[in-house]
Design a protein around this ligand. Structure first.
Ligand code: ATP
Ligand code: MG
Length: 172
């Protein structure tokens, strides 16, 4: 049974990207990150940090229209998916399983925005869920916190790494 933990609120997009950048150093081939949160909460911002941490030569931008962006050239390939515009019955046509087989594409990091659109959950993943004030409130994203859940041992280690970043973490 996956357990959920909360990270403290991250004060800025820069702080969020730093967390992602550090996490990137721990990602392994076949990592799956599900990023849930309302519009504009910081999912793509997080993926930009992943890209930087992986050393991708191209900066991730929102794949809302392209649906999938593939970033090669870093320590691991980064496959960035945004399912916002799809319904669950349309998702299978993307063949996301191809990114997890290691056959069609080299195994890398799959980062999925709007995983709520998936018809089936991934068997193993790290799930980051932005919870807190709606965008546009007086405090904006300032009070937004990340809920971290992992399914599977390897992704559990990623969750533990994220949690361990915070106590006495002076650089954030
Ligand atoms: N923790 C934060 N504090 C302040 N601003 C932030 C934070 N995280 C992200 N932002 C800013 O919020 C804006 C929206 O972020 P982003 O595009 O990453 O959202 P998103 O969750 O991917 O949205 P969508 O659901 O539309 O894909 C960006 O301008 C970003 O710089
Ligand atoms: Mg986005």
């Amino acid at each position: 049974m996956p357990s959920a933990e909360m990270l403290p609120a991250l004060p800025s997009a820069i702080a969020l990207q730093k967390v992602a950048e550090r996490l990137a150093a721990k990602l392994f081939p076949g990592s799956v990150l599900c990023l849930s949160g309302d519009l504009g909460t910081g999912k793509t911002t997080f993926v930009k940090g992943l890209g930087r941490g992986l050393g991708c030569p191209t900066e991730p931008t929102s794949p809302t229209f392209s649906l999938i962006d593939e970033h090669f050239g870093g320590r691991l390939p980064l496959y960035h998916v945004d399912l916002y515009r799809l319904t669950p019955d349309q998702v299978p046509s993307l063949h996301l399983e191809a990114y997890g087989s290691g056959v069609d594409f080299p195994l890398g990091v799959l980062a999925v925005e709007w995983p709520e659109r998936l018809p089936h959950a991934f068997p193993e993943c790290l799930h980051l869920q932005w919870v807190g004030p709606e965008t546009g409130t007086e405090n904006g994203l300032e009070g937004c916190r990340l809920r971290v859940t992992a399914v599977g041992d390897r992704h559990g280690m990623l969750r533990d790494f994220l949690l361990a970043l915070f106590p006495g973490s002076p650089n954030l």
